[in-house]
Every structure is written in structure tokens, then in C-alpha cells.
Design a protein around this ligand. Structure first.
Ligand code: ADP
Ligand code: MG
Length: 212
């Protein structure tokens, strides 16, 4: 069996030390398959069951690309629900705790728009949000994605089921063409394949059946 320790990846020492302190000893299968591609800057479609470790896969990709000295929005993670967005933001903060002054902001519905817009003016490195609220901020100009380098669609199958296609299209329209796009999903229906073809650049596809 091949070595699946995180140390085989070209990650910074501080990220590796933090993974160790979180007791992440070995990569899960989806991480072992996707991370070499993700860290290489490729577009990746990763399909795997709940609990397979998808969050850390895209988060390490985001943190690897991030320049904390540039205080502007470099990554956006789109999630289907507020609960998932909160969970993902908490996971990102945990994996990023060795990076000083990193700012992760959530943008979800259910809270007033204006205070969020005011917070956005103070800046962030990473945004995690739900499609409808992200679209609202893009439309009113309070969210700008001109410096985005990584776009993640988490639970893409659920987002399409929930009818977020238009909101996702709008996010894509506001994102730079030159970016890395990562799509995570538990299932891979034809609708996702169509979206992926449209918004991704020569994506590599990974499917992991078993949960670890
Ligand atoms: P998914 O998004 O695929 O449903 P998550 O990313 O939420 O799964 O991961 C499920 C759980 O596994 C989380 O509690 C996470 O902290 C943990 N986890 C992920 N990767 C590892 C790893 N390599 N080693 C140990 N625990 C991990
Ligand atoms: Mg997940």
C-alpha cells in the first residue's frame, strides 16, 4: 500500500504540524486521490459519500494557495445550507489555525443583508456562503470576486436539487475566468456533469465508493 501520510504532500510545515495536532494521521481515500491534483492547481470533480473527508480536501487546497498578506477575497466555498456553511467555516478555521490573521467570513441568508455588507467592507480572505445570499451580495455590489483564485462548490448535487442553478451561474459570471474550480458531490447525476462541463477547465474526476 502506498504512503498516505499528509507529509507526502507539498504542504507548508505549519499546516502539517497543525494536521498532526488535530490527529489527522493519514489521508482518507478521497483526500489521497484528490489532494495531489488539487495542490497542483487542477480542476477536480470529487465524488464521495458523507464522511469521506471532502472538507479537508478542498480546505487544504485553499490554504495552500492562500496568501494571507494579501487581504482580499481569494477563495469562495458555496454550500447548500446555512448549517453546512457554518460547519465548513468552522472546519476551515480549525485547519487554518496556524495561519495568523486569516479571516474567514460566512455569508448566509436568515440574517439581515446590510450588516453583512458592512462586514464585507472590512475584508476577508475566504468566504463561505449559500448561493442565494452570495447572489444578493454580488447584485448589490457588496461582494466582489475579482481576486478569486479558488472556487469550491460543496455538495453540488444538493445545491442543484434545491434549485440554485441560477445563483451558481451568477457566481460563475462574477468570478475570474482564470481560477481553480473544485466540485464536491455525493452523487454525480447528469445535471452535474453538464454544469461541470460548462464551468470547469479540463477537470479530473475522482470517485470514491467506500467511506473511511
Ligand atoms: P464529507 O464532507 O466528505 O462528508 P467531512 O469533510 O465533513 O466529510 O469529514 C468527516 C469527518 O472526518 C470530520 O469530522 C473530519 O474532521 C474528519 N476527517 C477528515 N479527514 C480526516 C483525516 N484525514 N483524518 C482524521 N479525520 C479526518
Ligand atoms: Mg461535506
Amino acid at each position: 500500500m502506498s504512503d498516505t501520510s499528509f507529509a507526502t504532500l507539498p504542504l507548508s510545515k505549519s499546516l502539517l504540524t497543525n494536521l498532526e495536532s488535530l490527529n489527522y494521521q493519514k489521508m482518507t481515500e478521497i483526500q489521497a486521490q484528490s489532494l495531489p491534483l488539487i495542490l497542483n492547481g487542477e480542476d477536480v470533480i470529487a465524488q464521495g459519500k458523507t464522511g469521506s473527508g471532502k472538507t479537508a480536501a478542498f480546505t487544504l487546497g485553499i490554504l495552500h494557495r492562500l496568501n494571507v498578506k494579501q487581504f482580499r477575497i481569494q477563495s469562495l466555498v458555496v454550500c447548500p445550507t446555512r448549517e453546512l456553511a457554518d460547519q465548513v467555516a468552522a472546519d476551515i478555521r480549525k485547519l487554518a489555525r496556524s495561519i495568523h490573521n486569516i479571516k474567514v467570513m460566512t455569508l448566509c441568508g436568515g440574517t439581515p443583508l446590510s450588516p453583512q455588507a458592512a462586514s464585507l467592507e472590512h475584508g476577508a480572505h475566504i468566504i463561505v456562503g449559500t448561493p442565494g445570499r452570495l447572489q444578493d451580495h454580488l447584485n448589490r455590489g457588496s461582494l466582489k470576486l475579482e481576486h478569486l483564485s479558488v472556487l469550491v462548490l460543496d455538495e453540488a448535487d444538493r445545491m442543484l436539487e434545491m434549485g440554485f442553478q441560477d445563483a451558481i451561474d451568477s457566481i460563475i459570471e462574477h468570478s475570474p475566468k482564470q481560477r481553480q474550480t473544485l466540485l464536491f458531490s455525493a452523487t454525480y447525476p447528469e445535471q452535474i456533469e453538464k454544469v461541470a462541463k460548462r464551468i470547469m477547465n479540463a477537470p479530473k474526476q475522482i470517485t470514491v465508493k467506500a467511506t473511511h
